[in-house]
Write a protein that binds this ligand. Structure first.
Ligand SMILES: Cc1ncc(COP(=O)(O)O)c(C=O)c1O
Length: 368
């Protein structure tokens, strides 16, 4: 008799999330102490001192369950973003919100559209719900909204756009988004994943909140993980129309935003200067990397986020391994179907210098 099948068939298609290599692992493997991790688009400036104080204050209260409604944080976000509290989304990172979006809206067979080299959680969520991911090829590592528009059908339930897109850092402009919007009907939900929103300052960046205001079926996702430096606390937020927000509230796990996370996020909102400092640091790092890439003759994509996508012109896994030996952890492009690319997060001046020096050495062009 054959073994009974216990897992749902869609689970076979899922691969466990593979995070950036942790610092301690590299320390153990290579016996190094001075490690630079530029692999997970974290913010090396760290959180606001106000957030750290709030975390310490909240620590003694962790025997209590968190406020399930996130009243204070919701109110602060409602004021900041100009939407009623019911339209504010909060979750266990924007990862948690993406999961909830798939839970609430994707039924078996529904098409879930995204660019090639998608952010992993979109693909994961679609497959988990037995939806059909539809990957639309990028052009020059940029989202091709014209091709996406042409691919929209009655089956398209959700379209994910990363703006800026991870792993390439490219931006979808207002005009490009308009092309896509023109093809979408009321039966397709557009998710604007804006995890790197605070790093963008370009007049062509679309105002996605205005789409929600207009009542279009749009969900905007942002996070405290990047510009606010709170990745370890897992607080994502966003905005949606009342109907979509209501559905997301129904599938949400209870207490999915911790009390410490709520306190830290709230305190961070009172320190916008820290976010500006984070952006300035990231811009400086990006500039230094661009200069180095040009010196080394490496092609890169202009990034609107806190990471850079660069073609190192040879097997990215080899370059990754060589950089590890020099204490630098980056992300390889092969997991995104780009075997000669690296994704490198921006860092402090010293971290960026360590990466550039390591890369020059690995590529054997230090003297050029
Ligand atoms: C495009 C994009 N969306 C969402 C996330 C998840 O962020 P969070 O830490 O809020 O779960 C990331 C994290 O890297 C990301 O790059």
């Amino acid at each position: 008799m054959s073994e009974p099948r216990l897992t749902r068939p869609c689970v076979d298609q899922l691969t466990p999330y593979s995070p950036g290599k942790p610092i301690e692992e590299v320390q153990r493997e290579f016996g190094l102490t001075d490690i630079v991790k530029l692999a997970s688009n974290e913010n090396p400036l760290g959180p606001s001192p106000k957030a750290v104080e709030a975390i310490c204050r909240a620590a003694s209260e962790v025997w209590l369950y968190p406020d399930n409604d996130c009243y204070q944080l919701r109110r602060a976000l409602s004021e900041k973003l100009g939407f009623p509290g019911e339209q504010i989304l909060l979750g266990h990172g924007s990862d948690g919100l993406i999961h909830n979006i798939c839970l609430a809206f994707v039924s078996p067979g529904d098409e879930v559209m995204m660019s090639t080299a998608p952010f992993g959680q979109w693909d994961f969520g679609a497959k988990l719900m037995e939806g059909t991911p539809v990957y639309v090829p990028m052009v020059d590592f940029r989202c091709d909204t014209e091709a996406m528009a042409a691919r929209v059908s009655a089956k398209t339930k959700v379209v994910f756009i990363g703006n800026p897109h991870n792993p390439t850092g490219a931006m979808v402009t207002k005009a490009e988004l308009e092309t896509l919007l023109a093809a979408l009907t009321e039966s397709t939900i557009l998710v604007m994943d804006e995890a790197y929103y605070d790093y963008v300052d370009d007049p062509e960046y679309p105002d996605s909140l205005a789409l929600v205001k207009q009542g279009r079926p749009v969900i905007v996702l942002r996070t405290f993980s990047k510009s606010y430096g709170l990745a370890g606390l897992r607080v994502g937020y966003g905005v949606a129309t009342p109907e979509l927000a209501d559905a997301l509230g129904r599938v949400r796990e209870p207490f999915d935003v911790t009390s410490v996370g709520q306190a830290a996020a709230l305190a961070s909102l009172h320190d916008p200067a820290q976010v500006e400092r984070a952006k300035a640091l990231s811009d400086e790092s990006k500039e230094a990397m661009y200069v180095a890439f040009e010196r080394l003759g490496l092609a890169y994509t202009k990034s609107y986020a806190n990471f850079v996508w660069v073609d190192v012109g040879r097997d990215c896994r080899e370059v990754f391994q060589e950089l590890l030996k020099r204490g630098v952890i980056v992300r390889t492009g092969d997991i995104y179907g780009a075997p000669t690319h690296l994704r490198v997060s921006t860092g402090t001046r010293e971290q960026t210098e360590q990466f550039v020096a390591g890369l020059e050495e690995v590529l054997g062009s230090a003297a050029s």
